[in-house]
Write a protein that binds this ligand. Structure first.
Ligand SMILES: *[C@@H]1O[C@H](CO)[C@@H](O)[C@H](O)[C@H]1NC(C)=O
Ligand SMILES: *[C@@H]1O[C@H](CO)[C@@H](O)[C@H](O)[C@H]1NC(C)=O
Length: 203
């Protein structure tokens, strides 16, 4: 019910065409340590004063929200920015005059991922727009993980090598024993023959 009311309100505001906030891109895909430029566009009015401009951009995660950028009466308010984004966000002032909120976010972190909402309020109207950022871990991270994976087939190879060596040693011992046995039995046989031969003449 609440959703329907909200939808109705947003629809009527769209129909009136008073004020809109659009996103240039609804979803951004980035890697850790990358720099990104987020962009929102809002309706401008030539005779409007910059001091009547309010911008509030935040990252929404689960139940909490982290402030990415805050412009109060046309003045940046970095003290209200969340520590996670400290020194990493820059707003393009020239673009702002043209109705474009261009936020350069540098050295992205994986926990920067999420839904970003920007609310714009002016003396001629207000609205909001949202986009999504997905920051994946840097590529060299799986590389460092690989050596921890590799030893398994290596140890497996080592085990089969040990098994092979053991088998070869057992075979060698067996072969030695067998030849020794044959040698012994031959000599024994010969001894028997000798004994037999010795016996035979006596017969
Ligand atoms: C990202 O931005 C920072 C500072 O804003 C800069 O020093 C760095 O060179 C940039 N990196 C890339 C890959 O553009
Ligand atoms: C983020 O990007 C990764 C890699 O492209 C993908 O597997 C994952 O599903 C994405 N997550 C979201 C929430 O879009």
């Amino acid at each position: 019910m609440i959703c329907r009311i909200l939808l109705l309100i947003s629809l009527t505001s769209c129909v009136c065409g008073t004020f809109v906030v659009n996103v240039t891109q609804t979803s951004y895909q980035a890697e850790e340590n990358d720099n990104i430029t987020l962009e929102w566009m809002f309706t401008t009015k030539p005779d409007s004063s910059s001091t009547s401009l309010y911008i509030f951009c935040e990252l929404l995660i689960d139940v909490k929200s982290l402030i990415l950028y805050h412009l109060h009466e046309g003045v940046e308010s970095p003290e209200s920015q969340d520590r996670q984004f400290a020194g990493r966000v820059q707003c393009d002032k020239d673009a702002l005059r043209e109705g474009r909120i261009r936020l350069h976010v540098s050295r992205l972190r994986t926990n920067d991922s999420g839904l970003y909402l920007c609310e714009v309020k002016t003396d001629y109207g207000g609205s909001s727009g949202k986009c999504h950022i997905n920051v994946t871990a840097a590529v060299d991270q799986p590389k460092t993980q690989k050596p921890t994976v590799r030893p398994q087939p290596e140890s497996g190879g080592r085990i089969s090598l040990y098994v092979g060596l053991t088998a070869a040693a057992v075979l060698a011992v067996c072969a030695g024993l067998y030849s020794a046995y044959r040698l012994c039995s031959k000599r024994h046989h010969r001894e028997n023959v000798v004994v037999y031969e010795n016996i035979c003449p006596a017969e």
